[in-house]
Design a protein around this ligand. Sequence first.
Ligand SMILES: C[S@@+](CC[C@H](N)C(=O)[O-])C[C@H]1O[C@@H](n2cnc3c(N)ncnc32)[C@H](O)[C@@H]1O
Length: 239
Amino acid sequence: MEVTDGEIEVFFSAVFHRYGYDFRSYSQNFYETLNRLTITVTNLFRDPAFYRSLKDHVLPALAERKGFKVWHAGCSSGEELFSLMMLLAEADLLDEAILYGTDINPEALRRAKAGILGSDVIRKGARAYHDAGGQQTIMDYFRVNHGYGLFQKSKKANLVFSVHNLATDSAFGEMQLIFCRNVLIYFNEALRDRALELITESLSQGAFLCLGLQETLMFSSVDRFYDTIDSKHKIYRKK
Ligand SMILES: C[S@@+](CC[C@H](N)C(=O)[O-])C[C@H]1O[C@@H](n2cnc3c(N)ncnc32)[C@H](O)[C@@H]1O
């Protein structure tokens, strides 16, 4: 659907009058505005105890398969994918995986594709990596130069990034694991259910879904299709 500049102006004018956020002067550059509207905060090993639970409850089931697909919906600048890839490498499962990282925000995806992180992000991640049960040192995964770290290319072999909008786009097929963490929290009930239905359609039977710690399947339209694996860390398995 073609959206005119006039329609965008009307939209941002409505946002300003209702919420007081003034994006009107950005309306000529929609990507710039999108960047400001979407909250892309992320971290390496965000919620380390969640990753410990993932190691205990999900990786053993993936290890039984010959090849598996993982989708990170709303992956922002990629830290979540890089975290999982480190744990998969240490479980000797990385070569079995094809990983998809999607987001609505092309600027965040550009950073994810580049795989370049600030050294402060990596330093903070080092502690979380350890708390998540990492077995080596986080520096084994980055080449650091002039205050930045480049996620090692050899570890990015089976990684695909693309723009995908959970509000309007369709399902991805036959995933064995989907991360959709700290994304649904920004949606209203109808949009949350739409996204969860799309995600449920994208998961194979017996596959896993991971949500953010403040998110839940409870009271959603898809709750009945899942068993709860870890209620505290929001890990679910499709029946
Ligand atoms: C707070 S970040 C969470 C990043 C990561 N999953 C984490 O937990 O650290 C939320 C991400 O969701 C993305 N997002 C927001 N609405 C979206 C939509 N409709 N479809 C896909 N991604 C969306 C934002 O661009 C942002 O990168």
